[in-house]
Design a protein around this ligand. Structure first.
Ligand code: FAD
Length: 145
């Protein structure tokens, strides 16, 4: 089938932008329409009473998907932004005053859960091992297809 040479994409969220890049590198003339006055869609944040709130994602998962787009576009990701692993991926503040640190180190996270909310560390580690196994066995099917 012959491809039309022009493509219109509605929405400059991450999905629209990723699609636009993929199509543009294939030679399509791509125009992206966005109703907001900024790109990114849910990838945004706002400030209220001195605090910053994420509208959507707080965690940067699967950076390889983003890297793939830059490789496709023949651009260096380093020219746009850089990132690094952080020791605490999330910090949860509960109304009763408990502050829970989600350490990226699983042993440390299990220890944190035991100390702060009395959760059995062995159960936490088992749960994380099961999640890891699921991710490695079937993650590709669900996330990339
Ligand atoms: C609270 C929350 C937490 C999340 N946390 C995570 C996380 O930690 N990690 C993670 O990976 N993902 C997370 N997600 C999911 C992630 O935010 C979304 O999957 C992703 O941002 C969706 O991108 P999208 O481009 O599909 O949609 P959107 O970001 O919604 O983009 C759609 C765009 O289309 C525009 N648009 C819509 N209609 C029109 C129109 N008629 N004309 C012009 N423009 C239009 C909108 O303005 C918007 O900019 C979270 C989502 C939410 C809501």
């Amino acid at each position: 089938m012959k491809h039309p040479s022009k493509v219109i994409i509605i929405g400059a969220g991450i999905a629209g932008l990723a699609s636009a890049i993929r199509l543009a590198v294939q030679g399509f003339e791509v125009t992206v329409f966005e109703k907001n006055n900024y790109p990114g869609g849910k990838i945004n944040h706002f400030f209220l009473n001195g605090y910053s709130f994420d509208v959507g994602p707080s965690l940067f998962t699967q950076p390889e998907n983003l890297q793939e787009l830059f490789v496709l576009a023949n651009e260096s990701i380093d020219n746009f932004f850089n990132y690094q692993n952080v020791p605490v991926t999330c910090r949860y503040f509960y109304e009763d005053g408990i502050i829970l640190n989600a350490y990226s180190d699983t042993q440390q996270f299990a220890k944190e859960l035991r100390e702060k909310i009395g959760e059995d560390s062995s159960k936490v580690l088992l749960y994380l091992q099961r999640s890891s196994r699921l991710y490695h066995n079937i993650g590709d099917i669900f996330l990339n297809h």
